[in-house]
Design a protein around this ligand. Structure first.
Ligand code: NAD
Ligand code: WQD
Length: 339
């Protein structure tokens, strides 16, 4: 059977690269478009080693309409998975223009180019951050959206704009996927997350402590109203997320429409749960100290993934131990990322 080409914007990045593996495994042909602003082109060699297929790669920006028109003109593209965007909450507070420009305007240039090319299947990377501080957990998709920073608002603006688009043009097939906390790496240890500079996120920081790059983890708050006093999150394995994108694509292929779905595990783990699981997986001791709360942090939240299961037949299969074991395999084998 003829294999379908899927344009993966931001496909050189953390979640995008793992999704390329899942796409190849599911019989699709990923074509990556990425400006390499937060990624490394050498990921392509790793993807080739894992899957036996080196994805076509276009270095460029989703805000470049002429480039997008050329890409859609040159390739027969069946659908787009749109990861390209910026994701550091703190940076978004300091520089909102850049965030709205990349995340909102970028998506809009892409949607217009898709429209012109007659490509109307779009899977969008949204985030649980659109909920802000929730009234309760697990959070269902119809909970109020009160994003608390420019990054979160940029994601919510795109969601609302895509809902308007699909209402106006009902032949579009759109999935808005709200990820909880993506962690882990492909089980081969050949691809993973490599943040530039000091990691903001918990799992990359723990990895760097385990491998000796950082002295100790600062636990941001030990006095939250949670069982051990540390923050609770819904960590989800990046390969489960990747498979969720393939399931969303298959769902979109069945019929036009728009779905908004949480991708998470439905359970919360505390910072200390993650530390303990990582120690078990790695055999290393993770030095830590309890520090002050991080401004803007929500004490605890996790998602209700039941709608994703009912709609897509997808559920997260990998637990915290696998997330830590796979993160550790990647970190140990690649302490300097793809260098
Ligand atoms: P990432 O930074 O590893 O990947 C994003 C990729 O997009 C990078 O390779 C970057 O170079 C590229 N990119 C950025 N702006 C671009 C532009 N204008 N044109 C072309 N390429 C561009 O991040 P990730 O963790 O893989 O996140 C992927 C998507 O998922 C993002 O949209 C992010 O907001 C969203 N998301 C991430 C998380 C998370 O915690 N990692 C959670 C929820 C949602
Ligand atoms: C997890 C927990 C911290 C670092 C962020 C974005 C969100 C989404 C996912 C994109 C919290 C604690 C962390 C450290 C710590 N991204 N922590 N010491 O903040 O839940 O979500 O990534 O859409 O928008 O905000 O993730 O990994 O930073 O924190 O104690 O050095 O770990 O306080 O409880 P967060 P995180």
């Amino acid at each position: 059977m003829h294999k379908k080409n899927i344009l993966v914007t931001g496909g050189a990045g953390f979640i995008g690269s793992h999704t390329c593996v899942a796409l190849v495994e599911a019989g699709y042909v990923p074509i990556i478009l990425d400006n390499l602003g937060n990624s490394d082109v050498r990921v392509l060699d790793r993807l080739a080693a894992i899957t036996g297929h080196r994805p076509a790669f276009i270095e460029g920006d989703v805000r470049d309409r002429a480039l997008l028109d050329a890409v859609f003109g040159q390739h027969d593209i069946a659908g787009v998975i749109h990861f390209a965007g910026l994701k550091a909450v703190g940076d978004s507070v300091a520089d909102p223009i850049t965030y709205y420009e990349n995340n909102v305007h970028g998506t809009w240039v892409l949607a217009a180019a898709m429209q012109a090319a007659g490509v109307k299947t779009l899977i969008f990377s949204s985030s649980a951050t659109v909920y802000g501080e929730p009234d309760r957990s697990p959070i269902p998709e119809d909970a109020p959206c009160r994003p608390a920073n420019p990054y979160g608002r940029s994601k919510r603006m795109v969601e609302e704009a895509l809902i308007d688009l699909q209402l106006a043009q009902p032949d579009w097939r759109i999935a808005l996927l709200r990820y909880f906390n993506p962690v882990g790496a492909h089980e081969s240890g050949r691809i993973g997350e490599h943040p530039q500079g000091k990691p903001n996120n918990l799992m990359p920081f723990v990895c760097q402590v385990a491998v000796g790059l950082r002295e100790k983890l600062s636990v941001h708050g030990g006095d939250y109203p949670t069982p051990d006093g540390t923050g609770l999150r819904d960590y989800v394995h990046v390969m489960d997320l990747a498979e969720g994108h393939v399931a969303a694509l298959r769902h979109a292929e069945k019929a036009p429409g728009l779905v908004t779905l949480n991708l998470g595990t439905g359970t919360g783990a505390s910072v200390l749960d993650v530390v303990k699981a990582f120690e078990r997986a790695s055999g290393q001791t993770i030095a830590y100290e309890i520090g002050p709360r991080r401004p803007g942090d929500v004490p605890a939240y996790w998602g209700d993934p039941s709608l994703a299961e009912a709609t897509l037949g997808w559920r997260a299969r990998r637990g915290l131990d696998a997330m830590c074991a796979d993160s550790w395999r990647w970190q140990q084998g690649n302490p300097r990322g793809y260098e």
